[in-house]
Design a binder for this molecule. Structure first.
Ligand code: IMP
Length: 199
């Protein structure tokens, strides 16, 4: 089976290829099949946005398409930034600016609980849909720590590790991260689906 990853992120493509190669699934990016699908993430949940992306790419290519949507949910901010994680504070901010804003919005707040969520969706040309979800519970640090990885990693503390995501190697992060868990669950779902639809 060949599947298209609905993302322009080369790191995500490599990760997905590594995870699905043992199932005999070849994962390619949109460029490889000659499309460049612009999808407005108009949904209000990770599920909706991930489905919007996967559906648009499967419709454009006629191939199974996989998408993921993820973000950070902070308890004391009623789940914000959530689906707006990439755009928190407006388009003008970079990762460091968004982290600073989040820390300012939590100044004096004792409840630092937060979680990262990732939803992976795979749409097939016949209309079938598979989804998988992964979460990682943690807390927002009082100041950035570590400089690895990306996004909100320097301010997201994983209690069981006593480290932020940014203080972990990519492999260490992958083992416990929301995306790592969603992808592992997705692999199981896809394996079951392929077994039921083979021959
Ligand atoms: P997307 O689903 O890949 O578009 O991610 C949405 C946004 O959530 C990113 O732009 C980041 O701000 C944030 N995000 C998602 N996953 C992570 C992560 O593993 N570390 C840090 N930030 C993340």
């Amino acid at each position: 089976m060949k599947a298209v990853l609905a993302s322009r992120n080369p790191k995500k493509l490599k990760e997905m290829q590594a995870i699905l190669s043992s199932l005999g699934v070849e994962v390619v990016n949109e460029e490889d099949v000659g499309v460049n699908v612009e999808v407005e993430e108009t949904g209000t949940t990770f599920e909706e946005n991930s489905l919007l992306k996967a559906k648009a790419v499967t419709e454009a290519t006629g191939l199974p398409a996989i998408a993921d949507d993820s973000g950070l949910m902070v308890d004391a901010l009623n789940g914000a930034p959530g689906v707006y994680s990439a755009r928190y504070g407006g388009e003008g901010l970079d990762d460091a600016g968004r982290n600073k804003l989040l820390l300012e919005n939590l100044r004096g707040q004792l409840d630092r609980r937060a979680k990262f969520v990732s939803v992976v969706t795979c749409c097939f040309p016949n209309g079938d849909v598979l989804t998988a979800q992964g979460e990682c519970a943690g807390a927002i640090a009082h100041a950035p720590m570590g400089d690895g990885n990306f996004g909100y990693d320097p301010i997201f503390l994983v209690a069981e590790k006593h480290k932020t995501y940014a203080q972990m190697t990519p492999e260490e992060k992958n083992e416990i991260s929301h995306r790592g868990r969603a992808m592992a669950q997705f692999k199981t779902e896809l394996e079951k689906y392929l077994a039921a639809h083979s021959g």
